[in-house]
Design a protein. Sequence first.
Length: 104
Amino acid sequence: MDIGLIIEELKRLEEEKRRLEEELKNIGEDEGIIVCKYVRCSKQNCKSCPHGPYYYVIENGKWKYLGKSADPVLIARKERAKELKKEIRKIERKIMQISSIISF
Ligand SMILES: [Zn+2]
């Protein structure tokens, strides 16, 4: 096993992680997903139930009403933020794995 290559790979991963974190910072979106759902009202025998769809954003367990439509740009940003976080976690796992090889 070539330690030089492993170190190269670690550097590459660190660089990639830094790049993704930078992009995440620029997006400026924290955890949060957008949901679209139909809701039932409290009227009995309501003919138009369920109503909607309505959009909500869930952040830190809190639901915030967005309206009858959601900004596609906002949706795209949230999606990208989610994707980036997933990528960053994946890279962190790889870095940990490789680091544990080196320490042996
Ligand atoms: Zn109703």
